[in-house]
Design a protein around this ligand. Structure first.
Ligand SMILES: [Zn+2]
Length: 348
């Protein structure tokens, strides 16, 4: 009998999210799927295949606060009496989930305006937040854990490692003895992880540099002695150092394409996105493409390749344009439209 079982749960827009069942003492689940009837049914069916019921779960852990990883936490805890143990940051999110989502949404609206997204597109993207509200649920945490703590789950000692970037709460659960780690969305085999830009825990007036933080998190993970990374979506990762190396290559190439877009003149992050993805993707996934472009612009700002200028357009925060340093284009102009040369959709 396998003591480690992957139970994929249905997840709209993406396909599936992995719940990991750890048999042994105590019986534990890592990540719980979205707050939705079909996800709960799939979880019950997956547990039944192992001869278990939700009532048998003794411990619930989550790799980060996202709805598809915590949505059923409260439901499972209520039905089973399971202890809920989370990194403090995840616990904080769970305690005030609705208020936190709303704060993220308000921040996002200002962020998108500031980076050139038209008001109508912002309004049309409300569905993104509706989906999050509908499929998430607040939860209480019994045991608040910190970076470096160890917790017993499924007969294993799991060490917590905070690796922010994809979200502000990303946590690895590392079984050092077995050289296995549960990594959530920190690193995925099939797609590169996105990095959300949400209000910083302690606002200091600057934009959270999620992508810069993410790359430094990835570098530290690459150096860890692991054989298998069990992920939040899709298959496990077996050569994590090699995959992280190739992800760094992806970042370099995307940065090069942003530089190429800026050769037409200064542009907002949203206008740059129009050079990278088909128009429909940019419009319908405005939040995600702005996070993606801004994340790479932060890398280019750090490298001294681009500069950022804020123009007063009468709005509260103004509008930001990015320009190549040492380019011949005067700042402030809008770029000419050029062909859109990518078919790559923005990933969630
Ligand atoms: Zn996630």
């Amino acid at each position: 009998m396998n003591d480690l079982v992957r139970i994929p749960l249905p997840l709209p827009h993406i396909g599936h999210v992995n719940t990991w069942l750890l048999r042994g003492d105590p019986v534990a689940l890592i990540d719980t799927g979205p707050y939705a009837d079909d996800a709960l049914e799939a979880l019950e069916a997956g547990l039944a295949r192992e001869g278990l019921r939700i009532d048998d779960i003794e411990l619930v852990l989550a790799t980060h606060h996202h709805l598809d990883h915590t949505g059923l936490t409260a439901t499972i805890a209520e039905r089973s009496g399971a202890r809920v143990a989370m990194l403090g940051r995840v616990a904080d999110y769970g305690a005030r989930y609705e208020a936190r989502i709303d704060a993220d949404r308000r921040f996002s609206v200002n962020l998108m305006r500031h980076h050139g997204v038209p008001d109508q597109v912002i309004a049309d993207n409300e569905g993104f937040w509706d989906f999050i509200r509908r499929t998430s649920a607040p939860f209480e945490t019994d045991v608040r854990l910190g970076d470096g703590d160890t917790i017993r789950a499924g007969g294993r000692d799991l060490r917590l490692v905070a690796r922010p970037g994809h979200s502000t709460t990303d946590t690895l659960f590392v079984d050092d003895a077995a050289r296995v780690a549960f990594v959530g969305d920190h690193l995925l085999a099939g797609i590169s992880s996105n990095t959300e830009i949400v209000p910083a825990a302690e606002p200091d007036g600057t934009r959270p540099r999620a992508r810069v933080e993410y790359l430094s998190s990835l570098r530290r993970t690459a150096a860890m002695p692991l054989d298998r990374l069990l992920t939040g979506h899709g298959d496990p990762v077996t050569d994590h150092a090699g995959l992280i190396e190739s992800r760094f290559g992806d970042h370099d190439r995307r940065c090069e394409r942003i530089v190429a877009a800026l050769e037409h003149g200064p542009a907002s992050a949203y206008a740059i996105a129009g050079h990278l993805w088909p128009e429909r993707t940019v419009r319908e996934q405005a939040v995600l493409v702005v996070w993606e472009v801004l994340g790479h612009l932060d890398l280019l700002l750090d490298a001294g390749v681009v500069s950022e200028h804020v123009h007063d357009d009468g709005s509260r925060y103004g509008v930001a344009d990015f320009a190549l340093r040492n380019s011949n284009h005067p700042g402030g102009g809008r770029p000419a439209r050029t062909s859109r040369h990518s078919h790559a959709g923005a990933q969630r």
